[in-house]
Write a protein that binds this ligand. Structure first.
Ligand SMILES: [Zn+2]
Length: 283
C-alpha cells in the first residue's frame, strides 16, 4: 500500500520563523501556489494517480478555485489546519477553533465532508495527544499526523507501528495512517517526503520503496519548485534543508509514480480490515 499526499500551502509557510509567523505578514510575499499546484496536478494526470491534498483553510478562502480544481480532478481534500499553527503551541480550545475554521472553509468550497487531517509540521506530538480526541469531536475520522521519528517541529519518536491502526480516544476511534520509516545510517528515518526525499538519489529511493510494504508520503507544492524566492533570515542549515534538491524532485517523483501504484488516503482506507487493525490509546 503506497499512499500519495500533499500538504497544500504557499512556499513561505515555513514553521517557527518570525518573518512569516502571522497571517498579516503573508500579504508581503509573492504568491506561487497556483503555478506550483498546476505542475503537480499535471504530473498526477500524466501518471493516472489520485492523491489526498491536505489543504489549509486559508487556501480555501484565498484560492477557492484551486480547491475546486483539485476536487474536480478526483483527488481527496483533507485539512492541514487553518493557518498552519503548530498544535503544541495551542490550547485545546485554540486547536478546536482552528480545526473548525479549516473544515468549514474547505467544505464550503467542495460541498462535501472533509474527514482527514494532517497536523502542520507533524506537530501532533505526545504532549498534545488530546488533539486526537478533539479531531474525533470535530467530525474527523482519519488522521495522518504521526511521524515516528525525531524532527525539528514534532515527531512521535517512540511510536513503533508503521501501518494503519486505530486510535482510541474518549470521544471514539480515529483511523491513523502514520508515516513509515526506514533505518538509514542507524536511525529511523522518514524518506517518503520532505528533506530526505530531496536529498536521497533516485536509486536509493527506489530500493527503499521496493522493500516497503506500506508507505505514506508527504510532499508540498514548494518541494518541486526550483524557482521560488528565499525567505529572509533563514540560518544556513535551515536554508539547506528547505531549498536543497528542488530541481530534481519532480523527476524523482515521476519515476516513483511510474514504478509503484499510489492511491489516496480514502482509497487506502477502503482496503484496510479495520476490525483487525491494532487499537492503541495515546492519551
Ligand atoms: Zn505544512
Amino acid at each position: 500500500m503506497h499512499i500519495l499526499s500533499f500538504d497544500v500551502e504557499e512556499w513561505f509557510h515555513l514553521l517557527e520563523h518570525d518573518a512569516v509567523r502571522s497571517e498579516k505578514s503573508w500579504s508581503g510575499f509573492e504568491r506561487k501556489l497556483p503555478h506550483m499546484l498546476a505542475r503537480i496536478l499535471q504530473l498526477l494526470d500524466e501518471t493516472h494517480t489520485k492523491a489526498t491534498f491536505f489543504c489549509l483553510g486559508w487556501v480555501a478562502r484565498e484560492y477557492p478555485e484551486l480547491i475546486r480544481e483539485i476536487d474536480g480532478a478526483g483527488h481527496e481534500i483533507g485539512s492541514h489546519s487553518d493557518l498552519h499553527t503548530l498544535i503544541f503551541e495551542q490550547t485545546r480550545d485554540e486547536f478546536r477553533d482552528e480545526l473548525r475554521r479549516s473544515k468549514q472553509s474547505l467544505e464550503e468550497v467542495v460541498g462535501k465532508p472533509v474527514r482527514a487531517f494532517r497536523a502542520p509540521g507533524f506537530s501532533l506530538v505526545p504532549r498534545c495527544s488530546w488533539a486526537f480526541e478533539v479531531l474525533v469531536e470535530e467530525g474527523f475520522e482519519v488522521d495522518c499526523s504521526i511521524f515516528p521519528a525525531r524532527r525539528a517541529h514534532g515527531g512521535f519518536p517512540r511510536f513503533a507501528s508503521a501501518r494503519p491502526l486505530r486510535i482510541q480516544t474518549p470521544a471514539g476511534e480515529l483511523r491513523e495512517f502514520p508515516m513509515n520509516t526506514a533505518r538509514i545510517a542507524g536511525r529511523n528515518t522518514v524518506f517518503s517526503g520532505g528533506g530526505y526525499f530531496r536529498l536521497l538519489p533516485l536509486p536509493v529511493l527506489q530500493r527503499l520503496w521496493r522493500r516497503s510494504g506500506y508507505t505514506m508520503t508527504y510532499f508540498h507544492p514548494r518541494d518541486f519548485e526550483p524557482d521560488q524566492p528565499y525567505l529572509p533570515g533563514l540560518g544556513p542549515l535551515r536554508r539547506f534543508k528547505s531549498y536543497y534538491g528542488l530541481a530534481s524532485a519532480e523527476a524523482k517523483l515521476r519515476a516513483i509514480l511510474k514504478e509503484f501504484r499510489f492511491e489516496s488516503v480514502a482509497a487506502a482506507e477502503s482496503q484496510v480490515d479495520w476490525a483487525a487493525a491494532p487499537l492503541v490509546r495515546l492519551n
